[in-house]
Design a protein. Sequence first.
Length: 406
Amino acid sequence: MFRRVYLDNSATTPVAPEVVEVMMPYLTEKHGNASSIHFFGQEARAAVDKARHQVAALINARPNEIVFTSGGTEADNLAILGVRSPHVSKGSAQQPHIITSAIEHSAVKATCQELEKRGFAVTYLPVYENGLVRVEDVEAAVTDNTFLITIMMANNEIGTIQPVIEIGRLVKQIREKGQKIYFHTDAVQAIGKIDVDIEEIGCDLLSMSAHKIYAPKGVGALYVRRGVRLKAQSLGGQQERGSRGGTESVPNIVAFGAAAEMAKSELEHSAATLRSLRNSLESRIGETVTDVVFNGDRENRIPTVANISFRGIEGEGLLINLDMQGIAVSTGSACSSGTLEPSPVIRALSDNDDKSVVDEDRARGAIRFSLGRFNTAEDIDRVLEVLPNAVQTLRRLAPSRRDQTA
Ligand code: PLP
């Protein structure tokens, strides 16, 4: 039987044993509701408060700027739907405007699309061949009605790190001229992998998710800068200072806190280790497999992701072939009603005229390898044992498409 190799850590990470240990009592004897007044409630409240400090420390925020949510998706929704446009509040005839990028996660994209249906204008900024937005494009897109810029910190498919610090500076300048404008960044794929400092970025809102940093699924947080008022999207109790009704998931929050503390203390070491493993994976694939294209910027990216197009084959086919041999990777493409659609992120890589630089063949053959703290050099060896043959076999089976589209 083969050894399984998990290289899909951008989708979700295993829960770290240290995190399970810290969380466990809150699934058993420490079962209080953090809003209850008695001993059990106080115990739960203290645990949530501790986690709030730990999560805040990871991004250099204050504890009372953290709103716990059910994950990254809810944090994105709360940020984009919850922030108030001055035009809407004053019942103005002006159309409120949002600026975002063409490669946001669907949690941001779908929320912006929903606001378009409600009459908002949304600008989807292009990304260039390297997968990065340009600050001058952001600046050029700003109108008097722009009240929100939402641009992710690190992309989930190609790992590119957007120029969020420069965008933060731009937002500050616009604000100094008297315009009410907010800056939100989805940092779900950034925390725990690179340094994330809300003061350095200058953002007002920042989304996080626990299950990308070795804590369980179903918990996340939104950083809300002091002074920014949000309209709650989940109505009910006054939990999370009125920003999010609903009983706090104490065990999950405790786990998120522990994982955040671990991520902060291990950041430098784990980034260096994973970068070196990722780089070795890429260079060995480059040496042993022909006709590959590396997607995204080679420098400005998180250390854990390699996105590679294997020309002449379907990414899904390769994914399934690797899975049958115990290696878990992903394509990032959506498979709906029998049609395989190539990833919109890869397709969005464009030239200066906003024309895709990615042909059909490159888009269809893209695979994401995403590494995490439990991967080892042996895992990379195993990929290199299996992958070149898998690619060769699939190319032999599908030579025609390659000829048509290459
Ligand atoms: N934003 C990004 C960039 C993501 O990668 C993800 C998850 O893949 C999310 C948001 C959604 O987070 P969650 O799964 O916690 O809802």
